[in-house]
Write a protein that binds this ligand. Sequence first.
Ligand SMILES: Nc1ncnc2c1ncn2[C@@H]1O[C@H](COP(=O)(O)OP(=O)(O)OP(=O)(O)O)[C@@H](O)[C@H]1O
Length: 291
Amino acid sequence: MTPDLMDEGAERVSAYRQHAPKGRTESGGRKAGFARPVVPGEVDTTHGRILYLEDVCVSFDGFRAINKLSLDIAPGELRCIIGPNGAGKTTMMDIITGKTRPDTGSVFFGSTIDLLRYKEAEIAQLGIGRKFQKPTVFEQLTVYENLELALKTDKGVHASIFFQPDSEQSDRLAEVLRTIHLAESVNRLAGTLSHGQKQWLEIGMLLMQDPKLLLLDEPVAGMTDEETARTAELFLSLKGQHSLMVVEHDMSFIKTISEKVTVLHEGSVLAEGTLEQVQSDERVIEVYLGR
Ligand SMILES: Nc1ncnc2c1ncn2[C@@H]1O[C@H](COP(=O)(O)OP(=O)(O)OP(=O)(O)O)[C@@H](O)[C@H]1O
């Protein structure tokens, strides 16, 4: 490190010390970056990356499902992930969310949060929301109640019964209802919604937690064309405020929403670029798109 960089770092630390809120450590403990003051739990994206995987490997009974996988995502980016069945897309999401532990490699949320040190529930609390393929809403509750439930942090019976959203939470609820196109259906039982609406409601439940990164596994599978088009609009409206990683096989949907596409094959990145670029890549045609 050069002397001017060291001086710069020292200045930043000293400025932070003067303004540091009480109760926060200046180093952020194990989450600290070198010479960079970090607020614990805050995602540091100053290096332009919100998610960073490097050389990740996972084997199941000797079979390498993820093989030296390296990939990164920028804050606010909407990244599409495609690839043949068994390429490792779901396993990759399992690793990011702490469901599966890799054998080797590193996984960082921002430049300072080492996700491999956290449990699944903690990773969700850090701001990584995951939507599985099948909608999992509470069918016996209304749309409103489902969203309200997603707000509850204290899951105790007493706290749940007497929970009342404050005005900020009520505003957020109203905003999410508009975003997911369910403002008109607020009092409908979730069980009576269409498949697409259930998917949007579940996305809304994730949005209530204001996640920084959303992982979405085959979000438009089973949707009508109209629902698919609305979902594309929804995702385009979310990018920028949130980072999104979307795994999908529906290429026309990918075409509507994609900027950068990553193609996974046999547990690693086969190709990356615009949809046009990866679609014309011989290796991608060979293993995924067909001739
Ligand atoms: N828990 C497990 N035990 C054994 N093998 C597994 C396990 N999870 C995944 N695999 C294997 O790892 C490989 C990658 O699976 P994964 O589900 O991640 O692929 P995918 O790209 O999501 O596929 P699809 O598009 O079909 O959902 C597959 O060969 C799968 O059989």
